[in-house]
Design a binder for this molecule. Structure first.
Ligand SMILES: Nc1ncnc2c1ncn2[C@@H]1O[C@H](COP(=O)(O)OP(=O)(O)OP(=O)(O)O)[C@@H](O)[C@H]1O
Ligand SMILES: CC(=O)N[C@H]1[C@@H]2OC[C@@H](O2)[C@@H](O)[C@@H]1O[C@H](C)C(=O)O
Length: 390
């Protein structure tokens, strides 16, 4: 992820923390940044750690996705408990890097999304920044999304600004496809300026695969590791066609989504449809794996292809570790003339990418520089994101 020029004396260390919609744990990245906030010359990943959530914490977070169960008391307690876990993750990656905590300029912490409702002008990320700052004694930027929503945006996706900084090319148009819980794409046209970058959520990432596997295994498995189940099943073409009718895919961008649409209730409906059609567990997993790959190709056809025929799709996020999903995606995209590579195949680090992004966004915040891309979020203007706990 290095850009060309050498490091200078203005270099600073920062920690980025991310826990995404899959709720698999906390990603912590320690980076060294050189150059101007918002246009750094170089960003170096010094250390990275992923810490799984304790099982009881993960279970409780899933309970909080249901607004009927997310009482003030439960949300309040989890806000503080996550602040403690994020602080521990930050201190751990700092120790791993062998850097003194006093040398870290700031932490950027995304928090845990428990509800995302931009249509009602709110989104909720918890994990108290004041706790992170108090435990680490490092200033912490948190709660990045509301500032964008306050000026009419979706509050997401926010990573595209950092993708522009780190990946832009003069000759090739790139699609950066993240397959986390949700799938999201960023389009970086060749030789573009930041205001020409656009992005949106393509639909489910691993959320449906994880949900179906978890329900079918009584919770003993939380993902289709290595695509083991999908590899054994067959796509049910009729069910696939029915699922493709979900209205989200045709909605115009800017658009974002989450568990409110593709969460527990949707998974229950999938199980019902699978049972009605007499599908095996494997057939259902293969069908939703295909649906996920299809939704990414469909988004390209509907919203990107005519404006920006792409030279390469770079895939990151945990979905890139599912070989069946990757095989389906390659078939989809290569049929449209777009080669597909994983971040790792291109020399990147797929796991660290979003945590690095929140360190870079916090760098902007600390300098009072906007971090949103209105073309990605739909905001009326660029704004400074986040809240600082000193
Ligand atoms: N070895 C693997 N085989 C299959 N799937 C995997 C593997 N490793 C990770 N995954 C999938 O990736 C998911 C985690 O992806 P990731 O950490 O990118 O999501 P996230 O950051 O929580 O989500 P988002 O980007 O939507 O916020 C897991 O829940 C699982 O579905
Ligand atoms: C509200 C929320 O947490 N959105 C996430 C989620 O996970 C993927 C996709 O949906 C993306 O829109 C966003 O995250 C990334 C980090 C972003 O803001 O760019």
């Amino acid at each position: 992820m290095a850009r060309s020029a050498p490091l200078s004396s203005e270099k600073r260390y920062a920690v980025g923390l991310m826990s995404g919609t899959s709720v698999d744990g906390i990603d912590a990245a320690l980076v060294e940044i050189a150059g101007e906030p918002g246009s750094p010359r170089e960003v170096r990943l010094i250390a990275f750690e992923n810490t799984a959530f304790p099982a009881d914490v993960r279970k409780e977070i899933f309970e909080l996705f249901d607004p009927a169960k997310a009482t003030l008391d439960r949300v309040g307690r989890m806000n503080v408990a996550l602040g403690e876990l994020y602080a521990a993750a930050a201190l751990s990656v700092i120790a791993e890097a062998g850097v003194a905590p006093g040398e870290i300029a700031f932490i950027g912490s995304h928090g845990q999304t428990i509800y995302h409702a931009p249509e009602h002008r709110y989104t909720v990320q918890i994990g108290e920044g004041a706790v992170i700052a108090a435990r680490t004694r490092i200033p912490c930027v948190s709660d990045f999304r509301p500032a964008d929503i306050a000026v009419g945006g979706q509050g997401a996706p926010l990573v595209p600004f950092t993708e522009y900084l780190l990946y832009r090319e003069t000759e090739r148009t790139l699609l950066l496809q993240n397959i986390g819980g949700i799938g999201n794409v960023t389009v970086i046209p060749d030789g573009c300026s930041p205001d020409q970058v656009y992005a949106f959520d393509t639909g489910p990432g691993n959320m449906l695969i994880d949900g179906v596997v978890s329900r079918l295994t009584g919770g003993s498995q939380t993902m289709d590791t290595g695509g083991a189940m999908a590899r054994k099943g067959m796509v049910d073409a009729e069910l696939l066609r029915e699922l493709q009718r979900e209205e989200y895919y045709a909605l115009q961008a800017p658009k974002t989504t989450g568990r409110e649409r593709f969460g527990a209730a949707y998974v229950e409906e999938l199980l019902r449809l699978g049972e009605e059609r007499g599908l095996s567990a494997e057939d259902l997993v293969t069908t939703v794996t295909m649906l996920t790959a299809w939704s990414i190709g469909d988004a390209y056809d509907r919203f990107i292809r005519d404006r920006h025929p792409a030279d390469l799709m770079l895939v990151g996020g945990g979905g890139s570790y599912n070989p069946v999903l990757m095989q389906f995606l390659k078939q989809e995209m290569e049929g449209k003339g777009v080669p597909v590579k994983t971040q790792e195949e291109a020399g990147g680090n797929s796991d660290a990418k979003e945590a690095v992004a929140f360190a870079l966004l916090a760098d902007c915040t600390m300098a009072g520089i906007p971090g949103n891309l209105p073309a990605a979020t739909g905001a009326s203007r660029p704004v400074v994101l986040g809240k600082i706990s000193w």
